[in-house]
Design a binder for this molecule. Structure first.
Ligand code: SAM
Length: 220
């Protein structure tokens, strides 16, 4: 996954110029405007993000973990939903250390840094810290949005560490575009998860390109 750091810099500059500090909605709106009108970026976006938002509002998770943070759009969008719940916390795992710093900066600007912990590296490198340092024994909500070829292996890694419980919800982005076919077929055949494939559009394409989000619920 190649990161265009110059584009990231332009996006941050746009957000800090046009959004209001401490106002998550204005920050998300600024990012969406930049991506629709100036340069496309790989955030989950407003359309697909709404499906994930609805799943969070419906299931009211306390412990949320995200794989792939980029510039913090989804971390801001979803952690703002739990900001008034003192027992809820969001963990974002971002492989790229420059982007991890960008996410921390964006979260401070949004006033959400106390609700989100940014973990640098991949799930394998952070799973022990999650369990031992942060006392995350199980996850209520997992948002998978990192490298598509790792969706299945990271799901299986989390499963092997016992991170899921009855009621855990997993939302996975980009199921069609760029696509995670091995993850999709694995989850659809999994006897401990019920999955719902939501056909929708690829981020910031105004319906010109298709994509889907897979929402899976652990049933036992
Ligand atoms: C599609 S972007 C995430 C977008 C973000 N979830 C949002 O909606 O705002 C994918 C991110 O995953 C990160 N990434 C790639 N491989 C990873 C891995 N194995 N673990 C964690 N993050 C990874 C990339 O550096 C990139 O920032």
């Amino acid at each position: 996954m190649e990161i265009d750091y110059n584009k990231v810099e332009r996006l941050i500059a746009y957000v800090f110029r046009t959004a209001t500090q401490g106002d998550a909605e204005s920050i998300l709106a600024a990012i969406d405007t930049f991506c629709y009108t100036q340069e496309w970026c790989m955030n989950v976006g407003d359309v697909k993000g709404q499906f994930v938002t609805e799943a969070i509002l419906c299931h009211k998770p306390k412990i949320l973990v995200e794989l792939g943070g980029y510039v913090g759009y989804s971390a801001i969008k979803f952690s703002t939903l739990i900001k008034d719940d003192p027992g809820a916390h969001y963990y974002t795992i971002e492989f790229d250390s420059i982007l991890a710093c960008v996410i921390e900066k964006m979260l401070r600007f949004a006033g959400l840094d106390h609700k989100v912990t940014v973990l640098k590296g991949n799930l394998q490198e952070n799973i022990t810290a999650l369990k031992e340092k942060y006392n995350v024994q199980t996850i209520d909500f997992l948002f998978i949005d990192h490298i598509k070829s790792s969706y299945l292996s990271d799901f299986q890694l989390a499963e092997s560490y016992g991170l899921f419980h009855k009621g855990t919800v997993i939302a996975a982005d980009n199921i069609i575009n760029p696509g995670a076919p091995d993850y999709l077929s694995h989850m659809q055949a999994h006897n401990k998860f019920e999955s719902n494939l939501i056909d929708t559009e690829y981020e910031y394409t105004k319906g010109q390109e298709k994509d889907a989000v897979l929402i899976s619920i652990c049933i036992e």
